[in-house]
Design a protein around this ligand. Structure first.
Ligand code: AKG
Length: 221
């Protein structure tokens, strides 16, 4: 992550006007919603990543994911040759995952409320790092114990195109451009919609450097 965040708001071009766009029956894009949080969020994120650094994970099918992953919260998501799972322990260092920082929890809870999901209680925050060229193929989030809570997804750094599909992999996808500070929330009837990320284009974000970081908050346990 690039340097200190004191000048976060120096470049007006970085700021997206805050507005709420509906992208599904119970899905919203909250443009720029995380921007006011970023100054307190980034140092927390650095602390989390010092404890549980990004790593490339392998899917059960034997593919190395192009996005590098870490987690914080009571539960962290990982994948290896034997399957996908949430665990309380980071398999890399055999320590509990870093605690979910308050600033991140508050951001996620307030964004969920803004999208109509009050009472969101995230216990897992997956942290994805995309360098240019990295992507996330279409998938459903199905490793959580129940699907009544929404998914809250915060974008930081380089822009990306988020693919928001239907309930079948073959359904048509909407292409949603995501920028630094944008938050997407999907839940209820939309909770199991397929989604993914197109390869991130080359670039250098003035605050985050040559990467996109995405935080996804879920109630997993
Ligand atoms: O990076 C994103 O915007 C989406 C991440 C995602 O699909 C996931 O973590 O399940």
């Amino acid at each position: 992550m690039a340097g200190p965040t004191a000048d976060l708001f120096a470049d007006d071009a970085l700021q997206q006007p805050q507005k709420r766009e509906q992208i599904g029956e119970q899905s919203y894009l909250l443009r720029g919603y995380a921007l006011p949080w970023i100054e307190c969020l980034l140092p927390e994120l650095r602390r989390v990543l010092a404890q549980s650094p990004f790593r490339q994970m392998v899917t059960p099918g034997g593919f190395t994911m192009s996005a590098a992953l870490s987690s914080c919260g009571e539960l962290g998501w990982s994948t290896d040759a034997t399957g996908y799972r949430y665990t309380a322990i980071d398999p890399r260092n055999q320590q509990p995952w870093p605690a979910l920082p308050d600033a991140l929890r508050q951001l996620a809870v307030q964004a969920a409320t803004e999208a109509g999901f009050s009472g969101f209680a995230p216990d897992a925050c997956l942290i994805n790092r995309y360098v240019p060229g990295a992507r996330m193929s279409l998938h459903q989030d199905k490793n959580e114990r129940c699907y009544s809570a929404p998914v809250v997804s915060v974008s930081l750094g380089l822009p990306a195109i988020f693919l928001f599909g239907g309930h079948e992999r073959s359904d048509k996808t909407q292409k949603v451009s995501l920028f630094h500070g944008d938050v997407v929330v999907w839940g209820g009837v939309d909770r199991l919609r397929f989604h993914g990320v197109m390869p991130v284009k080359e670039g250098v974000h003035p605050i985050m450097g040559p990467q996109r970081i995405n935080l996804t908050f879920r109630t997993a346990g």
